[in-house]
Design a protein around this ligand. Structure first.
Ligand code: SF4
Ligand code: ZN
Length: 728
């Protein structure tokens, strides 16, 4: 091992340790030793201290023992330019630095200045940890770049951030260079910051880098099952599983160097743009430990190489970047150039199989006005027809492939997609439009992605895009007929007829705990995946998000619980959901991601429920609009009294069967009533509720807009719910 400079790391560690002692003394003086100390809404105490030493710090006074630990780790301060042949003392100094930084940041939560301030987010809470941390484990995020300091200019900052995003990396930001921070540079360029875009500003001081280390520690504790205090396994887990590295931009101070030494313990190397002593030989990290003097346009690639990361990027020749990192990106009204569908204009998306002669691979046609012919804030109708051919393609696969349009489009930066079938909604951002993004690029994107992910069944793909209103509505009629045919394929099939349901975890990229359990009588809540579709999807990709679920033993037939399904849900929800009922919205209801076509909510005083569909924009009797309700119900949580579901499910024999099914419905918007009318009346007749009469006894926005009005209406109408047991 060649010689390294120890002075910077060791001296920096002493400076930070002193800072920690000072702020701790101040905090204890102000609040007392018994004052509680924590990172808000997190488990695992001080995660770095806890994972490495096993000590559970709960009160300010507990930090005194940590200070002793820091002192015992700290080597004596050394003269400048001291050479040492070993990494050992520098690594110890680094670990002491991390403990000290954790004390400093935690004390800030107690006595201020509050780490959460403006763009600065401070510690990630446990909800974020579960949502995001899992991505490091399942591979949807290959790792994170901890960026310290600032780029020489805003443009360079944006370039570096984009490069990380294109590779699906998270960017954790801390520290400043001469008062300028990387995060503020991005904000200045109008780049959207936050967990959704994977660009996470922790804090403007270098000590805030501890949140990145803490995040890695918590991932190891939560998902790696590493025991607190088992520091060897902890550090190895990080080295082998969390592909992180530090990019140091600007003058590397002693404090930066000490922090870099700290995370070398985790196996995270540092890549710097400046001239600092390198630590090249391998030992702790997979390859080099500190690499310096790297030009900005190579720094991300170099970091990836040094960290030994394998990243697959889809190169699609369109003017915006494409990566799963953009999946969570929102485009607000003020940021959008134009939009399509979403009840503002007619729209649909339809994938169909054609003969091989009818498809010219890669052909993209756009008929009608394009992005550049609408004003900012404008809207257009949109019909997307994807035609595929392939020797192994089957008609049964159509809905499965069609549902991928959602994922593929969201992966393009500046493109946002919501919904499915004929309730889709698309936005294109101003930045994308300025970069020259046009409708044909949606075609190019879909062509590339379908080939990349479904090459086993698809040989050719062509895309037709329509924006002319009459053409869109005409074709939409054809598509709607196909959607109805697809839904009808299952008619008459019951859950009892099959021994196997299917899972769908496609939405875990948005809602990591969410699993749709799809049975013949309960389609996925997005309405786009039926039991048959899941079966087909499993056939296409046996290791994909749709797995067969043998039911196992029935635990409770009324609410619909089976032991093997519960076990599967427990495992795939990351241990969060213990039991799940297929037929109840009260007892262990199914979780909801966010794609539901409808939400059912209990209206307690009426003894019944209301159902609101996504298209209905007005206030509902439960006091919330669909959008607010969606925030409450979605995200992968179990919310007794609320479920997200598809429209088709309303007329299913298993619709909240445990609570009495459609007999409980006391309110629906007229547009929803109208849409499901035919099948609903049939269902009401089967149940001897009186067909059309029963529909008329259900209130809607023309007769009731508050819960009291609903109660008055149904009492007067003699709705049968009044004779049922209360729901709770
Ligand atoms: Fe799958 Fe459910 Fe998401 Fe639909 S809502 S894609 S069924 S997980
Ligand atoms: Zn979803």
């Amino acid at each position: 091992m060649s010689k390294i400079i120890a002075s910077a790391g060791i001296n920096g560690a002493h400076k930070i340790a002193k800072q920690a002692e000072q702020i701790l003394a101040k905090a204890i003086k102000q609040k007392g030793k018994d004052c509680k100390v924590e990172f808000p809404n997190t488990g695992y105490y001080m995660p770095v201290i806890y994972s490495i030493t096993g000590q559970a710090v709960e009160k300010l006074g507990d930090f005194e023992q940590v200070i002793q630990e820091i002192k015992s780790l700290l080597p004596e301060p050394v003269a400048d330019d001291l050479w040492t042949p070993y990494l050992g003392p520098v690594l110890d100094a680094g670990m002491a630095t991390l403990f000290a930084e954790e004390i400093i940041e935690a004390c800030k939560y107690v006595i201020g200045p509050n780490p959460v301030d403006g763009i600065w987010l401070g510690a990630a809470d446990d909800v974020i940890l579960r949502e995001r941390g899992i991505q490091f484990v399942d591979g949807s995020a290959p790792g994170f770049a901890a960026i310290v300091g600032a780029a020489p200019d805003v443009e360079t900052a944006v370039k570096i951030a984009r490069k990380c995003q294109e590779r699906s990396l998270y960017v954790f930001m801390a520290g400043h260079h001469n008062g300028t921070t990387f995060a503020e540079q991005l904000a200045q360029a109008g780049v959207e910051l936050g967990w959704e875009t994977r660009l996470v500003p922790f804090g403007r001081e270098i000590t805030a880098a501890i949140y990145a280390a803490g995040f890695a520690s918590r991932v190891a504790l939560t998902f790696g099952g590493v025991k607190p205090g088992d520091y060897k396994r902890h550090l190895l887990y990080n080295k082998n599983r969390i592909f992180a590295f530090v990019v140091a931009l600007g003058k590397v101070t002693d404090e930066w160097y000490a922090t870099a030494a700290g995370v070398i313990n985790y196996g995270f190397p540092t890549i710097a743009d400046s001239d600092i002593p390198e630590i090249l030989p391998t030992g702790v990290c997979t390859y080099e430990h500190v690499v310096s003097n790297i030009p900005h346009d190579e720094i991300v690639e170099k970091a990836i190489e040094v960290r030994g990361l394998k990243i697959k990027i889809t190169e699609v020749a369109i003017p915006v970047s494409v990566s799963p990192a953009f999946e969570g990106e929102r485009i607000r009204k003020e940021e959008m150039h134009c939009e399509f569908g979403g009840q503002r204009t007619p729209a649909f998306e339809w994938l169909r199989m054609r003969g091989t002669k009818e498809v010219e691979d890669g052909k993209v046609e756009v008929k009608g006005a394009n992005v550049d012919s609408v004003e900012v804030g404008g809207k257009l109708p949109l019909g997307i027809v994807v035609e595929v051919a392939g020797r192994k393609m089957q008609a049964d696969f159509e809905p499965v492939l069609e549902r991928q349009i959602h994922t593929f489009m969201n992966e393009a930066q500046g493109l946002w997609h919501m919904g499915q079938r004929d309730i889709n909604w698309v936005r294109i951002s101003q930045t994308a439009a300025q970069a020259g993004f046009k409708l044909e690029h949606i075609g190019k994107l879909l062509h590339a992605m379908f080939h990349e992910q479904f090459s086993s069944i698809i040989d050719k793909v062509q895309i037709k895009i329509f924006t002319d209103e009459s053409q869109v509505t005409g074709l939409r009629e054809q598509a709607t007929a196909v959607y109805a045919e697809r839904d009808a394929r299952l008619a008459g099939m019951t859950d009892e007829d099959v021994g196997t349901f299917y899972s769908c975890t496609l939405c875990q990229s948005f809602a990591p705990n969410h699993v749709c359990v799809v049975s013949p009588e309960r389609p996925g809540l997005c309405g786009a995946y039926s039991w048959l579709d899941c079966r087909a999807a499993y056939e296409i990709t046996p290791t994909g998000p749709n797995q067969p679920l043998p039911k196992g033993n029935c635990i409770e037939p009324t609410i619909g619980q089976w032991d093997k399904i519960n076990a599967f849900v427990l495992k795939t929800s990351g241990g969060n959901i213990e039991r799940m009922s297929q037929y109840s919205m009260i007892t262990d209801p199914m979780t909801s991601c966010g794609c539901f076509e409808c939400i059912a909510a209990v209206l307690p005083s009426t003894g019944g429920i209301m159902i609101v569909n996504r298209e209905y924009p007005e206030m509902t009797p439960c006091g919330m609009k669909f959008s607010t309700l969606a925030g409450t119900v979605g995200g992968g949580n179990q919310t007794p009294g609320f479920i997200g579901h598809s429209k088709h499910y309303i007329n299913s024999g298993k619709f909240i069967a445990a609570e009495g099914g459609i007999k409980r419905i006391v309110w629906m918007p007229t547009m929803l009533k109208e849409e499901i009318k035919d099948a609903f009346i049939k269902r009401a007749e089967e149940l001897e509720l009186g067909g059309e009469d029963f529909l008329a006894k259900i209130a809607d926005e023309t007769t009731a807009t508050t819960e009291e009005e609903v109660l008055q209406f149904i009492t007067k109408a003699g709705h049968s719910v009044t004779s049922l047991e209360p729901m709770f």
